[in-house]
Design a protein around this ligand. Structure first.
Ligand SMILES: NC(=O)c1ccc[n+]([C@@H]2O[C@H](COP(=O)([O-])OP(=O)(O)OC[C@H]3O[C@@H](n4cnc5c(N)ncnc54)[C@H](O)[C@@H]3O)[C@@H](O)[C@H]2O)c1
Length: 368
């Protein structure tokens, strides 16, 4: 088992991320951070049949309540958040009760927001069960629900008191979801750590065959990178924006194709290649690095181009969607662009016309 300490500016909210095999079975990882004697578990109807019994066994001495959500991003709603709070109130949870989120990013974000707001905040533990949630959403304390007018529009920063990542849960995760999680790992390497990027290139086959050491190493390194960046900028005033590498293009692709067509990680993978190509066209990045980025993404089984979608997308629509990005500070775009493997820069005042021209060339090259 690996243990990682996430250090935040207010020392009281530092916490540990545990990563290893068979961690759900060893209840000491949980009981050492549970404060009161009440536990409220939030999960969903896909994950609960797989892992709830194993989580609950050994917690018999606690007053244990369970709330199950329906599976899916469409259920990450204010209405369901309200239902969780109702259930917490009906259960008579006190302020020292501990909420446990068992599931992927949807469960983690919703449960985290419920924990952040119930009686102005109660402790919560994340048990992330998708690769994406293990390396991304469970680290950093962002919690949220969606609003019909925008994703993650209602939320709060609330750090968990522990994250327990049991890699055995990845064995039941659909392969496409596993690969979508790899996109965020490639992103972490690309933006921060050239050696880790090289390691991913060298270990692609071990990763794809779920080799234990490879999984633990890559999850730990990705969490460490995110933790370091979050530690520098907990409330996203500066460098935390680096974590959006590939996301401005990726979100625009998701929005224009309609949510659900591509998984978020798949759109981010294409978005990272676009950010790299745009950086190369702007004289920031060398062609050799663009090729390495594209090759690693393809080797890890992710899409690296919009091939197959080119007839359903236009450069105008994509750029209009990019203009909605929260990072933009004026009429121009703000982009996170790679300068080399392992280093990024925040580019403000990028002219939308320039990005539009790049997108036009990109889409035309796929039609030709
Ligand atoms: N808070 C943050 O910082 C942050 C960062 C990135 C993403 N997010 C959020 O995370 C969400 C996406 O998370 P996700 O990709 O984990 O999606 P998800 O939670 O929808 O999980 C994907 C699918 O896998 C299933 N699943 C989960 N664990 C499983 C397992 N072990 N075996 C079998 N099936 C399993 C889920 O039920 C679901 O069907 C989005 O809502 C996004 O906004 C938050």
């Amino acid at each position: 088992m690996k243990s990682l300490d996430l250090k935040l500016s207010s020392k009281s909210s530092d916490y540990q991320i545990l990563i290893g095999k068979n961690l759900l079975a060893d209840k000491s990882h949980l009981t050492s951070v549970i404060q009161g004697n009440q536990v409220f578990i939030v999960s969903n109807d896909t994950v609960a049949p797989l892992y709830l019994a194993s989580l609950k066994s050994g917690l018999e001495s606690f007053e244990c309540h369970v709330f199950l959500l329906n599976d899916g991003e469409q259920h990450k709603s204010f209405e369901n958040y309200h239902k969780i709070l109702n259930a917490m109130l009906e259960a008579g949870l006190r302020r020292n009760a501990t909420l446990i989120a068992l599931g992927g990013g949807v469960v983690g974000d919703m449960a985290g927001f419920a924990a952040a707001t119930y009686q102005r905040g109660i402790p919560f533990i994340q048990i992330p069960t998708t690769l994406l949630s293990q390396v991304d959403s469970s680290v950093g304390g962002k919690t949220a629900v969606n609003h019909p007018l925008g994703k993650n529009m209602i939320g709060a920063f609330h750090q968990p008191c522990r994250v327990i990542t049991d890699i055995d849960t990845l064995e039941t995760l659909p392969d496409r979801e596993f690969k979508a999680g790899l996109a965020e790992i490639i992103k972490a390497a690309l933006l921060y750590d050239a050696n880790f990027f090289e390691w991913l290139e060298a270990c692609a086959s071990e990763i794809l065959s779920h080799e234990e050491n490879a999984l633990i190493t890559m999850i730990e390194r990705s969490c460490a990178i995110k933790a370091e960046i979050v530690g520098l900028d907990e409330k996203e005033q500066g460098v935390r924006a680096w974590l959006n590498l590939g996301h401005t293009f990726g979100h625009a692709i998701e929005r224009c194709l309609g949510y659900g067509e591509l998984l978020h990680g798949e759109a981010v993978a294409i978005g990272m290649v676009m950010a790299a190509e745009y950086a190369e066209a702007s004289g920031l990045l060398c062609q050799g690095d663009v090729t390495r980025i594209q090759s690693l993404i393809a080797r890890l089984g992710l899409p690296s181009t919009l091939a197959g979608y080119e007839k359903r997308l236009t450069h105008n629509d994509l750029v209009s969607a990019m203009m909605l990005d929260k990072k933009n500070v004026d009429a121009d775009l703000t982009l996170i662009l790679p300068k080399s493997i392992g280093e990024v820069t925040i580019k403000h005042s990028v002219k939308s016309q320039d990005v539009e021209q790049y997108l036009k060339r990109n889409l035309e090259s796929l039609v030709a």
